[in-house]
Design a protein around this ligand. Structure first.
Ligand code: DCS
Length: 568
């Protein structure tokens, strides 16, 4: 079905008008009027709609691309006859389309490897999907208490059933009533565009307990997963190709894809593999200086802590350096902290950017603008399909918060059931509650198993020929470096593949293990990696690692000619 052109063009102008205000306002010093080049709003809206649904498949994405192409062709024919102003719009629509095309090509976690794995699965091959951090898809059981509460909220008539107490514990019943009382009309009604005030208050209380500093519910926005929050904020920061965002390399492609989609410039800074993926502030300085020398105005910096795909936990000292750097360079810091519960070592526990910033005191604590993101998709919750997240803003003037609120209002309301998951995540059962023991047993069980799996994987990779792997300190991934022999580089070239894609495809065909090539996250020139999640069932892990080792060692022997390896 073709897209209705009248509606989409109208939508473009509406989104354009509102999002431009947000963009101009975020950094008051850079408040020149937004230009028509912000036209990607149409594509943004459409792609947001798709990614909002967790089950958004590549088929759907391709269909979207087809429809967009179709709409462009119709637009071209119809608008050719109109005046020059409209022609400019059309050319901007074209550039928006190109941004969309580029952004989707960038999306490695659902890229070539994933598509081939899906084909093989249809042909009946057993596939171990380790390409996406999607715990429930790999067998993780949902935590009982939150599902009980949300089940009751979804079916409130059960609360009137005299037998409800036989099926649900009293604390789940009480909690369901509590959340329903926070809504105006239950789960089927829109909430405020920032989320339910009562849940935002629970999030603020969680942040206060975690960091020991006050948190204001008015500065917390609930979102459909952290992805939506990141997209909203980047939308407000990026006005055009002249605006740069510092992004770690390797990075999770949400950032590269969204920056492409919004027509901004990604300014890379490299994490140091030999220093356990540490972040060197001197590299940051160089990256900013180089970008500025090319006329790019660097406006924000992204950190992912714990790291995806790299699995490192940033130390307090490192976070302090980063915050000082942002202060000096006047950068907004986007702190992606979605893996804060996923920690597998004791030397470097998670510490939030907000806490470090507040500990630093004035002027930093009063001036550095920070947006911190969290989600219900990760940790021991793993509720990816529910699409719940939040962001908290620190040191943003009320005027800017207002503008971001306006932009959020375009989407009316985040998912209400996901908001309740978020409420439950930040306010789980307490000691003495009926469900406390079961909740603790379940959540500890998941985390302890993840810790063991992280070790099995790292040890497994390090036992393989020409493979080295830093320990997964946190998050959900292993990111081994694969040192490819020249014979393999040659064979990849002949096959027309990037070398790590070539390796990962061979691995998939031989073992059914579906990974993501390192090139999908960015890596230094001539260095190759792959990413796996550490999520396959613990009892299957030894067999998976055996099968990986057999494949890898045979591959290395096949292509080995003892000189000119890819760099370590
Ligand atoms: N930030 C990081 C660093 C992530 O890894 C992810 C998801 C998100 C944000 C977005 O999460 P939600 O939108 O679900 O809250 N990680 C993807 C990945 O690498 N594998 O699975 C999903």
């Amino acid at each position: 079905m073709p897209i209705n052109l009248n509606i989409t063009v109208g939508t473009i102008f509406l989104l354009l008008a509102v999002s431009c205000q947000g963009a101009a306002a975020l950094m008051p010093s850079l408040s020149e009027p937004c230009m028509v080049t912000d036209f990607p709003a149409l594509c943004r809206g459409t792609i947001n709609g798709q990614t909002n649904v967790n089950a958004a498949t590549d088929v759907a994405i391709r269909e979207l691309m087809k429809r967009t192409r179709h709409a462009r062709d119709i637009a071209k024919k119809e608008l050719q006859v109109l005046d020059g102003g409209v022609a400019t719009c059309l050319s901007n629509f074209n550039s928006a389309f190109d941004n969309l095309d580029k952004a989707l090509k960038n999306y490695a976690v659902r890229g070539e490897l994933y598509l081939r794995a899906s084909e093989l699965q249809k042909e009946g091959k057993k596939i171990i999907f380790t390409n996406v951090g999607n715990p429930h898809a790999l067998g993780q059981k949902p935590l009982t208490f939150p599902r009980q509460v949300v089940a009751l909220c979804q079916a409130p008539f059960l609360l009137d059933n005299p037998n409800v107490g036989m099926l649900f514990p009293a604390d789940a019943i009480a909690r369901a009533k509590h959340y329903l009382s926070l809504t105006s009309g239950g789960l089927g009604a829109y909430s405020d565009s920032r989320g339910l005030p009562g849940v935002r208050k629970e999030v603020a209380e969680f942040i206060e307990r975690r960091d020991g500093y006050p948190s204001d519910p008015e500065l917390i926005f609930l979102t459909d997963g952290a992805s939506k929050g990141v997209m909203q904020i980047l939308n407000c920061v990026i006005r055009g190709a002249g605006d740069g965002i510092l992004v770690p390399v390797p990075q999770y492609p949400l950032y590269s894809a969204t920056i492409s989609l919004l027509g901004g410039s990604l300014v890379p800074y490299y994490l140091d593999e030999s220093e356990n993926w540490g972040l060197d502030v001197n590299n940051l300085r160089q990256s900013v200086a180089q970008a500025r020398s090319q006329g790019i105005s660097v406006r924000a910096m992204v950190i992912i802590n714990p790291g995806n795909p790299t699995g490192q936990c940033l130390s307090e000292a490192n976070l302090r350096e980063i915050l000082r750097f942002c202060y000096n360079e006047k950068l907004v810091l986007l702190g992606d902290e979605v893996y804060q519960q996923n920690i597998y070592q004791d030397e470097r526990p998670f510490i939030s950017s907000k806490k470090v910033l507040m500990d630093m005191g004035s002027p930093f604590s009063k001036e550095v603008q920070l947006v911190s993101f969290h989600t219900v998709s990760k940790g021991y919750w793993g509720e990816c399909g529910q699409r719940g997240g939040y962001f908290e803003m620190t040191n943003f003037p009320p005027r800017v918060v207002e503008e971001i609120y306006k932009v959020a209002s375009i989407a009316l309301s985040p998912n209400v059931s996901a908001q309740i998951f978020m409420g439950l995540m930040v306010n789980p059962p307490k000691p003495g509650d009926i469900s406390y023991d079961q909740f603790t047993r379940e959540s500890k069980g998941i985390l302890e198993s993840l810790r063991r799996r992280a070790k099995i994987m790292t040890d497994g990779f390090n036992s393989c020929k020409n493979v080295v792997c830093n320990f997964t300190e946190g998050a959900m991934y292993s990111f081994p470096q694969i040192r490819l022999p020249p014979g393999a580089l040659q064979a990849a070239k002949q096959a027309g593949k990037v070398p790590d894609v070539f390796y990962c495809l061979k691995l998939l065909e031989a073992t059914g293990i579906s990974t993501v090539p390192g090139s999908g996250f960015g890596q230094k020139e001539g260095v190759f990696h792959l990413r796996t999640t550490i999520l396959p069932a613990e009892e299957e892990m030894p067999e998976i690692m055996d099968s990986f080792k057999k494949f890898n060692d045979a591959f290395m022997t096949q292509y080995d000619n003892n000189f000119g390896y890819s760099r370590m």
